[in-house]
Structures are given as structure tokens and as C-alpha cells.
Design a protein around this ligand. Structure first.
Ligand code: CA
Length: 240
């Protein structure tokens, strides 16, 4: 007798996920890399917290140990969240409630306490990845952002103010695209620097101010670009 297993959409596989694993224990890391590989995922393993900030851009999901040799994993998570909204699953021996709550508040998508059952880890990775994919499909539908009489077409890279086309430089548009893509939401300065320049260092920080000033002058709608002191910027009204 032949059994044919029908695959339903709910158990659809998420496909290959590029995973960044921050884990200082060689034995644990080797076992995880192997089981992730068997499940079709590609893993880059790093030992130090600082390496997370170097390699996060080429990965879809971070598997983060908290007890790392150079930095506490929660500090790594905080620094990462200033520049990236990639999926993060904390995987740690630290199971006290305070650490779990802190991890989730700092923006972890999920939090697993060691020793972890591997089947559960894989299921959680799939669930986080699926949620992320659903969210990015929803994001990609909105490609023209309107706030007041300003219209930003993110695909055609055109901006109209009161129906009239406004010429922005490539950098000015890149900055506006990051802000308009998250209209109504506060975007940190570090995140802007990282997404536009691929670098959140202070050397490009002054450059951001110059481009922002020029862009503001061209848009002539100061009320639509709010500066949030000590944090960053928001494009559009809260309700837009
Ligand atoms: Ca550790």
C-alpha cells in the first residue's frame, strides 16, 4: 500500500533560512549548526557579540545566546534593534522571568531556554520566519505613501508635493524612502544611517543632517517631518 502525504498550507515549509548563530560553546554550536543544516538552513556561527553587528545584514534570523564572552546578549540585542528588525530568537540557559521579559521587551521574537528540544527549536524558527514573511508581503503592497499633499512613490522613486514633482537627489530620496516606508512610526537616527549608508558610525552622521536639511527645504512641509529629540524622525502624522 502506498501512502501519499498531502501537504497543507499550515505545514508548508518555510524554505532555506540564513541563520546567524551567536554561541560561544563549541559543542552546542556544532550540534545546532548540524541540525539546522539537516533542516535545510544555512548557518553562520559567531562566538562574540560584536560579530553579530558585523554580520547581521547577510542573515534572515539571529539565534542569540545571552552568555557571550565579550558582551551580554541582551546588550547585543539592544544595539541590533537600533539598526535592524531582523528575526531574533534568544536561546539561553537564563530562564528566570526577568531575563525572559527583558529579552522580549528588547525586541526578541521568541525566547527559548536551554536545554531546548531540537524539534521545538526548528518549529519556533519556522513560526518566526513565517510571521515575518506574512508581514513583508503586507508591507510590499503599500508602495505609494501619502501624507498631507505629499505623495512618495517608492517604486518609481518620485515625489510630488501639491501635485507638482519635486526633484530629490539619490541620498535625499533614500532617506525619505526609509521614513515614508514606515510613515507614522518613529525611525531612529542609527537605523536611518544604517539603511541609507550601511554604516551607523558618527562619521556619516553629519552628512545625514545636511541631506535632511536640503530635503526639508525642497518638500516645504515641515509639519510632515517631525524630529524626535534624542531618538530620530517620523514622517507623516500618527494617523496617516
Ligand atoms: Ca554561552
Amino acid at each position: 500500500m502506498v501512502y501519499i502525504r498531502l501537504r497543507t498550507t499550515t505545514e508548508e515549509e518555510v524554505g532555506e533560512v540564513q541563520i546567524l548563530l551567536a554561541e560561544d560553546d563549541d559543542g552546542v554550536a556544532a550540534a545546532l549548526v548540524e541540525v539546522l543544516y539537516d533542516h535545510g538552513h544555512v548557518t553562520r556561527r559567531v562566538r562574540y557579540g560584536r560579530d553579530v553587528l558585523t554580520y547581521h545584514r547577510s542573515s534572515d534570523l539571529l539565534l542569540l545566546d545571552l552568555g557571550l564572552p565579550d558582551t551580554d546578549g541582551l546588550d547585543v540585542l539592544r544595539a541590533l534593534r537600533a539598526v535592524s528588525d531582523m528575526s531574533v530568537v534568544v536561546l539561553t540557559a537564563r530562564g528566570d522571568e526577568r531575563s525572559v521579559v527583558r529579552g522580549l521587551r528588547l525586541g526578541a521574537d521568541d525566547y527559548l531556554v536551554k536545554p531546548v528540544r531540537l524539534a521545538e527549536l526548528l518549529a519556533r524558527i519556522d513560526a518566526v520566519t513565517r510571521r515575518r514573511a506574512a508581514r513583508s508581503v503586507a508591507d510590499s503592497v503599500v508602495r505609494t505613501v501619502r501624507a498631507g499633499d505629499v505623495e512618495v512613490d517608492l517604486d518609481a522613486r518620485r515625489v510630488r508635493v501639491g501635485g507638482a514633482e519635486v526633484e530629490l537627489t539619490a541620498k535625499e530620496f533614500a532617506i525619505l524612502a526609509v521614513l515614508a516606508g514606515r510613515a507614522g512610526t518613529a525611525v531612529s537616527r542609527e537605523q536611518l544611517l544604517d539603511e541609507v549608508w550601511g554604516d551607523a558610525s558618527h562619521t556619516v552622521s553629519r552628512s545625514l543632517d545636511v541631506h535632511l536639511t536640503q530635503m526639508r527645504a525642497k518638500l516645504r512641509r515641515p509639519e510632515l517631518l517631525t524630529t524626535i529629540r534624542g531618538f530620530g524622525y517620523r514622517f507623516g502624522d500618527d494617523g496617516s
